[in-house]
Design a protein around this ligand. Structure first.
Ligand code: GAL
Length: 377
């Protein structure tokens, strides 16, 4: 009798609390308590961003800094030019300098486990910014966009551009079949898989029916992934596809591109192979981030669409998270199930995103104050 009660109680404890999840929520509470006990007014916050080479991260960094400073914090903002050891050193420096919280947009989501251990030992809370930090228990919160939805939107916009679907979701006027090629993001960035899975959830039924065809047959994530989101790599892959698969009059009708930087490379490859000239229009090419070069390309009729992620909101969200934690509170989250980093499910705040094309860029990007009209001319 006594033994079975013990077993039941033990089993209930196990059910309520897997070791990783339980340990980490205790740690969270611990850090929050530590933060609450201390006076963190004017504390130093370390912010690390992947690279200055992409327009968006410059905007993210500036906005996070500005928002944290407006809340009275000091900020150490670092960029690592997509070099993993550099980012790791930056984190070590920030811990040594006495940062009370870290906001990290990682290059490789798995590469900083031991630095995060040091942060945890010093009770320094960590917020993953835009990209999830993987395989570590020492990440407390995640501020990002709805990454799966981004992929759904990219694929939806590809279908709309091909006229297989109307923007309101009804069937479009075209019947197909259309030739498309697929690109995915960097395999060490957790977001890339979310974008891919979201996009494939929309495209797969069309591929199954034969309305969409991928003549290269390159559809699996590993084959189509572009390491570090490099434009040049995407351009080379597109060139190779054009020379290997698209000879003898075969035309590309659509390209699923997960990021504007890649779309720029893809457009270049197509241009040097005769697309964009009279009688040979560009395929429908998607993107993400609404970077200036790509919005101009959309206005010029080269790239078809992008996904607008308003990093002003993401910056504000992460600054508010940081502030709540440093005051001993619990930041708001809206998704506590989807972002499993391999060790724990990280409580996340997901922000919304918008499909942008030639028809709505003024409303989405200029009226919202994200860009001045002159920046896009
Ligand atoms: C992803 C991010 C995208 C894009 C890409 C390349 O992690 O979510 O918005 O910026 O990196 O930088």
């Amino acid at each position: 009798m006594r033994l079975s009660r013990v077993v039941i109680v033990a089993a209930a404890a196990l059910l309520a609390c897997s070791p990783a999840a339980c340990g980490s929520s205790e740690k969270n509470a611990d850090k929050q308590a530590a933060a609450g006990a201390a006076d963190n007014t004017g504390a130093l916050i370390g912010v690390t961003m992947p690279t200055r080479a992409s327009q968006r991260w410059n905007g993210d960094g500036e906005n996070v800094k500005k928002d944290l400073e407006a809340l009275g914090y000091k900020v150490d903002l670092q960029y690592a030019e997509d070099d993993i050891p550099t980012q790791v050193n930056q984190l070590e420096n920030q811990i040594t300098k006495g940062a009370k919280l870290l906001i990290i947009a990682s290059i490789d989501g798995t590469a900083m486990t031991s630095q995060l251990q040091s942060a945890a030992a010093a009770k320094i809370p960590v917020i993953a910014y835009d990209r999830l930090i993987l395989k570590s228990p020492d990440v407390d919160y995640y501020a990002t966009f709805d990454n799966y939805k981004v992929g759904v939107q990219q694929a939806t916009s590809l279908l709309v551009g091909l006229k297989l679907r109307n923007a309101d979701g009804t069937p479009g006027s075209a019947k197909g079949p259309f030739n498309i090629e697929l690109f995915a993001g960097s395999p060490d960035d957790n977001n890339a898989t979310f974008f891919y899975n979201g996009a494939m959830s929309v495209l797969q039924p069309y591929l199954d029916k034969g309305t969409l065809k991928v003549p290269s047959r390159q559809t699996d994530f590993k084959t189509i992934a572009i390491l570090r989101w490099q434009a040049r790599t995407a351009q080379d892959r597109m060139e190779n596809l054009l020379t290997s698969t698209y000879r003898a009059g075969l035309k590309v009708d659509g390209v699923l591109s997960p990021y504007d930087g890649l779309s720029v490379g893809i457009v270049s490859a197509l241009k040097s192979n005769g697309y964009g000239a009279a009688g040979q229009p560009y395929p429908v090419i998607t993107g993400q981030d609404a970077e200036v070069a790509s919005v101009k390309s959309i206005i010029a009729g080269e790239q078809y669409s992008t996904i607008f992620k308003d990093y002003r909101d993401l910056a504000k969200t992460s600054a508010q998270m940081a502030d709540a934690i440093l005051k001993g509170g619990k930041p708001a989250t809206n998704n506590d199930k989807d972002y499993d980093n391999g060790v724990k499910v990280v409580p996340s705040m997901l922000l919304d995103t918008t499909i942008v094309n030639k028809a709505n860029y003024e409303k989405a990007l200029i009226d919202s104050g994200f860009y001045q009209r002159t920046q896009l001319q």
